[in-house]
Design a protein around this ligand. Structure first.
Ligand code: PLP
Ligand code: SF4
Length: 435
C-alpha cells in the first residue's frame, strides 16, 4: 500500500511510534481524526489568518470538525485556501452566515420518517440511517444537523424498529443504508444489519452509501469485503467530488469492492470553488470510470444551513452536463438533480435537446449544435389502455423466459423428459411401421 513522505511526516507528528502499519489501520485513522484547528495547523505546518482562525473556532462549536489524517495528507499547502480537499474539510469563514433560504431539514427527512432511522419517500425503497458518524465531517453535508450529534446515535433497539418497519411493508424492495457512514460500524455490527435485512423476503437489493473510499480507503479491508459478499446483491455508492481525491489508496479500495462483484456508483455535489468547472468534472468522471465507478448523480447543493457559500446557480450544473453529453462516454454522464425542498425527492434537470415539435415531426439538436429532424410514424394506433391487464394483447408475463432445454443424449439422461429414444428421420424400420 502506498505511503508518501508527507503522510509519514504527519503520522510522526501524531504519534511517536508512527509506522506504515498503523497509518494503514483504519481504526488508527479514526482514533486520530483531527478535531481542532490547532492540530490541523500543527500537522500541516501552516498558520491561517487570524480572522479565519476565529471563525473556524466558532463554527466547529455548532458544526463539529473531523478529518482523517489520510484525507488531511491530501491537502496541497501551496494552494492552501483554494485546495479542494481543504475546502471540503475545514470550515470557511462564511459557514455561519445563514441565508434567508436556509433550512435545518430542507429535504424533510425527519418529517417523512414513519419509524426510527427510516425515511420513506419513494414507494419501493427506503433510506435506513444506521450510523450517525462519519470519519470526516464534510463541510457541505446536507445532514449536518445530525452527523456528529451524539444524541442521535441509533441504538440497536431503534434499528430493530427500523427493520421491523421494512419487514411490515412488502412494497419495499430496495434498502439504502446511509447515515452518517455505515462503514464506520464494526464489520460484525454491519453483518448483523445485513443478515436481518436478508431474512426479509421482499428485499431484493441493498445499497450502501459510504464516503470511506474517499476519506478512509483503508476501511475497505479484505474482511469487510468477504462479509459484504455474503449478502449479494449489494450496490455501493460513494462520494468523490474532485479528481485529486482519486489516489492510489482510493483506487485500491475501489478495486477490492469491484472485484467482489459490487456495482459502484458515485454521487457528487456541485460545490462552488471545488468542482464548479466542466474541466474538473470531466477529469473526475473519467477517473471514476477508469476505477469501475459509474457517475450516478450530480447534486445541486441543497438548502441546509451553512452551505450558502458552496451553492452555484443551476445553470452551472447544466453547463457541466452540456460539456459531457456527447463529448464523452454515455456512462460517464451523471444525472444532475435538485433534491426538492420540502421532501419532493430528486428532480432531474438536464439540458434540452428537443428544439421544436409538430404533429408528425420533432426537431432536435445534438451536442455539436447540429439541428436535425425526426419523422414520426404516419400511422400509430395508440394502445387502448384501461389498466384491465388480463384482457390485454401485450405479453405481460414477467417471469424469466425458459432457457434450459434438454437436447440429444442429455435429453435421454435427464429425468424431467419422457423421451425414451432418439430416432433418425429416415429410419426405414420406422417408415415401415408407419405404413
Ligand atoms: C435519494 C433517495 C433515495 C434513492 O433514490 P434513487 O433515485 O433510487 O437513488 C431514496 N430515499 C430517499 C429519501 C432519498 O433521498
Ligand atoms: S460522508 Fe456524507 S453523511 Fe458523512 S459528513 Fe460527508 S456528506 Fe455528510
Amino acid at each position: 500500500m502506498s505511503y508518501t513522505q508527507n503522510q509519514q511526516n504527519i503520522a510522526e507528528k501524531i504519534t511517536s511510534d508512527a509506522s506504515r502499519l498503523n497509518w494503514h489501520d483504519w481504526k488508527w485513522q479514526v482514533k486520530h481524526c483531527i478535531k481542532s484547528l490547532d492540530m490541523f495547523e500543527k500537522l500541516l505546518g501552516v498558520t491561517l489568518p487570524q480572522k479565519w482562525r476565529e471563525k473556524v473556532n466558532q463554527t466547529i462549536e455548532k458544526f463539529p470538525m473531523s478529518i482523517t489524517p489520510y484525507y488531511l495528507s491530501l491537502i496541497d499547502t501551496d494552494v492552501l485556501e483554494n485546495d479542494p480537499v481543504l475546502l471540503q474539510s475545514l470550515s470557511s469563514i462564511h459557514e455561519l452566515d445563514i441565508s434567508a433560504a436556509d433550512m435545518e431539514d430542507p429535504l424533510h427527512e425527519d418529517i417523512d420518517s414513519p419509524a426510527p432511522c427510516i425515511t420513506h419517500r419513494y414507494p419501493d425503497r427506503v433510506l435506513f440511517l444506521v450510523s450517525n458518524t462519519c470519519a470526516m465531517y464534510c463541510r457541505h453535508c446536507t445532514r449536518k444537523r445530525k452527523v456528529g450529534d451524539i444524541d442521535s446515535i441509533p441504538s440497536k433497539e431503534f434499528m430493530r424498529q427500523g427493520i421491523e418497519y421494512i419487514k411490515n411493508n412488502p412494497e419495499i424492495r430496495d434498502v439504502l443504508l446511509s447515515g452518517g457512514d455505515p462503514f464506520l460500524l464494526s464489520t460484525t455490527h454491519l453483518d448483523w444489519v445485513l443478515t436481518e435485512l436478508r431474512k426479509i423476503e421482499h428485499i431484493e437489493i441493498i445499497r450502501i452509501g459510504t464516503r470511506t473510499p474517499v476519506v478512509l480507503p483503508y476501511r475497505i479491508t479484505d474482511e469487510l469485503v468477504t462479509m459484504l459478499k455474503k449478502h449479494h446483491p449489494i450496490w455501493i455508492n460513494t462520494h468523490f467530488n474532485h479528481p485529486r481525491e482519486l489516489t492510489n489508496s482510493s483506487r485500491t479500495a475501489l478495486a477490492k469492492l469491484a472485484d467482489a462483484g459490487i456495482p459502484l456508483g458515485n454521487q457528487s455535489v456541485l460545490l462552488a470553488g471545488v468542482n464548479d468547472c466542466p474541466r474538473i468534472m470531466r477529469a473526475l468522471v473519467h477517473k471514476l470510470a477508469y476505477s469501475r465507478v459509474r457517475p450516478y448523480y450530480l447534486y445541486q447543493c441543497d438548502l441546509s444551513e451553512g452551505l450558502s457559500h458552496f451553492r452555484t446557480p443551476v445553470g452551472k450544473g447544466i453547463e457541466i452536463i452540456e460539456s459531457l453529453i456527447g463529448h464523452t462516454s454515455g456512462f460517464c454522464v451523471p444525472t444532475y438533480v435538485i433534491d426538492a425542498p420540502g421532501g419532493g425527492g430528486k428532480i432531474p434537470v438536464m439540458p434540452n435537446y428537443l428544439v421544436s415539435w409538430s404533429t408528425n415531426k420533432v426537431i432536435l439538436r445534438n451536442y455539436e449544435g447540429v439541428i436535425t429532424s425526426y419523422q414520426e410514424p404516419e400511422s400509430y394506433e395508440s394502445n387502448f389502455c384501461d389498466r384491465d391487464c388480463v384482457n390485454c394483447d401485450l405479453q405481460l408475463s414477467t417471469e424469466d423466459a425458459t432457457e434450459h432445454q434438454s437436447i440429444g443424449i442429455e435429453k435421454l439422461l435427464c429425468d424431467s423428459d419422457a423421451t425414451i429414444s432418439l430416432i433418425p428421420n429416415d429410419n426405414s424400420r420406422i417408415e415401415r411401421r408407419n405404413d
